[in-house]
Design a protein around this ligand. Structure first.
Ligand SMILES: [Zn+2]
Length: 95
């Protein structure tokens, strides 16, 4: 997770909270602001890339970019085929 991505999520969360707080003030109902919580993003759950095995559906370790995800997966014994953008986990590559 890069600092820049955390910063973007931080700004996004402030905007989301500000919009819902604004609606709460506009309609004079404090509980509307609670809906803002539903739209707040947690940095670790976004901008994560991973490969999915085309045979069994297993997920590789997450990485910060699609290219890095392929590299991380290959280090863990996965096989990536550019043709068809296919991936196979260590268990399925020999089948
Ligand atoms: Zn597999």
């Amino acid at each position: 997770m890069k600092f820049k991505e955390i910063f973007i999520v931080f700004i996004y969360n402030i905007i989301v909270v500000a919009i819902w707080a604004g609606l709460a003030v506009f309609f004079n109902a404090w509980w509307i602001a609670l809906f803002g919580i539903l739209f707040i993003s947690i940095p670790s759950t976004i901008h994560r890339h991973y490969r999915i095995c085309d045979s069994c559906g297993a997920k590789s370790a997450p990485a910060d970019s699609a290219e890095e995800a392929i590299r991380v997966a290959e280090k863990a014994g996965w096989v990536h085929y550019d043709e068809g953008n296919r991936d196979y986990c260590p268990y399925c590559k020999n089948k």
